[in-house]
Design a protein around this ligand. Structure first.
Ligand code: IVH
Length: 673
């Protein structure tokens, strides 16, 4: 063993012990759960590597805190164990393999129960002949603290149960709803008291109060998830059955628990579903607990000193992290809007590594008062784009200057101005290279003119070389010249030429969308194409005519009107006209009965189709498009921000899953592949 490793082991043990005291005994954590998990993990790995460094008092051999002396100690008749963790699919697979190998029977375990890992405080409640007689915290796993007086104040928890077994020890989580936590902290703020850092610590702080009137005011809640001991009760066979039984006795059991019978795909689907939905709940959970459903198999698998082998906590990625704000820069959009964004020291949050986050506009930066050099909290919940929540003021270096919106465009150095009444700054130079690049990228994207072989770098090069000043110039590109550029062979140039040529026959909706008219998205572009049927009619439309279109708001109507009033936009249209770009719309696609008899379900948003268009595309080809997945479903199309339940069900039923391009193929060929 190297000296370095040994001193690291010692250092980790000491650090973790210190944090454990802060967490378990003072209800005031000094580091985030993620940091704690990582330190524990590093220590475990090192201890596994160096068995000689074994120390029975290492934090890895202890479940958690030592019981405090304030409350009477309670010896748990059955220890309250911890759970082993998994952080990714590989570790989940390893766990499944490991338990399958341990079983004497040859069949693999095919029934699991998945539930949420609530972020609260574990409690064991003892009932004798239906009467609540004692409630205790977990403590160190074998001895906890008597907190009966506080648990009696929790409305969710039955004090008497009918048709009860002689003895019942129910285990579960005491927690504080997020809404209650916010109320509590609001009150603390008004009274000038210290706020709780999170609902879990507020719940723990409330349960460990001598005076039960405090807990009574906090509106704590409870989820039951386990039976510690039972005698004189029914013959329970499964964990899911246990949950149903607890619910029948009047205990609050979380409704998201599910039996999963489709192996690891089903487990992953459950995890994925709740990862995405995590922020929709009024209570916090930081993982998914997977339990072997059969109680007989649970017994056969048994436990290690710390944790049962039949259960696993799959930790969900943290949604908030702190990192360094390296700088605030400004990006210029296709229509000239200047958006400040944070350049961050890369940080893993919400399941991805984040190195930039939008700051929206000047007012938001001022409101949040984030400054380059600050340590900031970054949040990414579900599939939502990362945001900077605010600075950690304790960590702000002295004399850190406030950030000021730059006066000039980072791309063309023209003035950045903020029109009256608007939140956004703008670069007003229509030929600003960033704007041109943004417009060309937008124009060329798949849901607009779909010009392949025109990537970011190529666009950049064409703009810098002065070949393109607006999107119209794409149709008069000098391909001979391009062929002389480094990296452009004959094939790549002719591919590009072909792609540009074929874009000329795109639908009018694609063309209108490709123009980067402020506020005009794909759906509105199609609406304009259908309503005016020719680009020339749209150009000449009066504001009244535009406003009269059902479904087109006044802001969009005037944006379209103003766009076509601009001489430079008229010139652009003329470039398209001379090139022979299609101005006629709507061009209905041929609809053979390619989907006859097929049942196609869609979840999430597709870029090229509105909801109605999806349904129309399917039904006009003889298919059906119901709202939910069943055994009859032929394929599930998954767009962005999909709903977890459809995806999960399709995975469980083994239904083919296609993305948007698979859907396009399906429409054309009727084939699912
Ligand atoms: S079962 C023997 N189920 O996680 C296993 N625990 O790390 C007993 N927790 O102390 C635990 N949600 O505080 C179980 N649905 C759930 C849970 C859950 C949260 C907590 C509990 C326990 C800790 C173990």
């Amino acid at each position: 063993m190297t000296d370095n490793d040994l001193s690291r082991i010692k250092e980790l043990r000491a650090e973790i012990r210190k944090h454990n005291v802060a967490y378990y005994e003072s209800d005031s954590p000094s580091i985030s759960d993620e940091e704690w998990d990582h330190m524990m993990r590093e220590l475990r790995n090192l201890e596994a590597k160096y068995p000689d460094a074994y120390d029975p008092s290492s934090p890895t051999n202890n479940v958690g805190g030592t019981p405090s002396q304030i409350f009477a100690p309670v010896q748990h008749s059955v220890p309250m164990m911890s759970l082993d963790n998994a952080f990714d699919d590989i570790e989940l697979d390893q766990w499944i393999k490991k338990i399958d190998r341990r079983l004497t029977s040859s069949a693999a375990i095919d029934e699991f129960c998945c539930e949420l890992k609530f972020d609260g405080l574990a409690i064991s409640i003892r009932y004798e002949n239906g009467k609540l007689v004692q409630a205790a915290t977990r403590g160190d796993g074998s001895i906890g603290e008597d907190v009966t007086h506080n648990v009696l104040t929790i409305r969710d928890i039955p004090k008497f149960i009918k048709d009860a077994p002689q003895l019942l020890e129910v285990r579960g989580e005491v927690y504080l709803r997020i809404s209650e936590f916010e109320k509590l902290n609001m009150k603390a703020k008004q009274l000038g008291e210290k706020a709780y850092v999170n609902p879990r610590n507020a719940a723990a702080g409330s349960i460990r109060q001598k005076n039960s009137s405090v807990a009574a005011q906090r509106n704590l809640s409870f989820w039951a998830y386990q039976i510690g001991r039972i005698s004189g009760g029914p013959d329970l066979k499964s964990h899911f059955g246990t949950l149903e039984y607890l619910s029948s006795l009047g205990f609050p059991v979380n409704q998201n628990a599910e039996r999963v019978t489709s192996g690891k795909h089903g487990l992953r689907a459950y995890i994925n579903e709740y990862r995405l939905k995590k922020s929709n709940f009024d209570y916090e959970f930081d993982g998914i607990v997977i339990k072997v459903d059969s109680l007989k198999i649970q017994e056969e698998l048994g436990s290690t000193a710390k944790a049962p082998r039949w259960a696993l906590a799959f930790k969900l990625p943290p949604e908030e992290q702190t990192t360094k704000l390296l700088d605030i820069e400004v990006s210029i959009g296709a229509a000239g809007s200047a958006t400040p964004f944070a350049r961050l020291e890369p940080v893993f949050v919400g399941g991805v590594t984040v190195s930039t986050a939008t700051l929206h506009n000047e007012d938001q930066v001022r409101e949040k008062d984030v400054r380059p050099g600050d340590t900031v909290i970054v949040r990414r919940a579900g599939e939502v784009i990362p945001e900077v929540v605010g600075p950690v003021l304790d960590k702000r270096p002295n004399d850190l200057p406030q950030w000021k919106f730059p006066k000039s465009c980072p791309s063309c150095s023209d003035e950045l101005s903020r029109p009256d009444g608007e939140a956004r700054h703008r670069c007003t130079n229509y030929y600003c290279p960033r704007q041109v690049r943004g417009r060309v990228e937008h124009f060329a994207q798949r849901t607009a003119m779909d010009i392949e072989h025109l990537g970011e770098q190529t666009i950049d090069l064409f703009v810098t070389e002065g070949l393109i000043n607006d999107v119209g110039d794409l149709y008069t590109l000098d391909f001979h010249k391009i062929q002389s550029f480094e990296g452009f062979g004959e094939t790549s140039v002719s591919n590009l030429e072909l792609a540009i040529e074929s874009s000329k026959s795109k639908t009018l909706g694609n063309l209108i969308f490709g123009l980067s008219i402020p506020h005009v998205g794909r759906t509105n572009a199609d609406l304009l194409a259908v309503s005016f049927k020719h680009l020339d009619s749209l150009i000449e439309a009066s504001l009244d005519e535009l406003e009269a279109i059902e479904g087109l708001g006044p802001v969009i109507a005037s944006s379209v009107f103003n766009y076509f009033k601009e001489p430079k936009h008229r010139e652009l249209i003329e470039k398209f006209r001379s090139a022979g770009v299609n101005f006629v719309g709507p061009v209905l696609e041929e609809t053979d009965n390619t989907l006859q008899g097929k049942v196609i379900v869609v979840t999430g948003t597709l870029q090229g189709f509105s909801r109605d268009q999806i349904a129309e595309a399917i039904t006009s080809r003889g298919g059906k498009s119901p709202g939910s997945v069943s055994g009859k479903t032929s394929a599930l199309i998954v767009g962005s921000n999909p709903g977890g339940s459809k995806l999960k069900k399709a995975e469980e039923l083994g239904i083919p899953i296609l993305d948007e391009s698979g859907f396009q193929n399906l429409l054309k060929s009727g084939e699912i592949n």
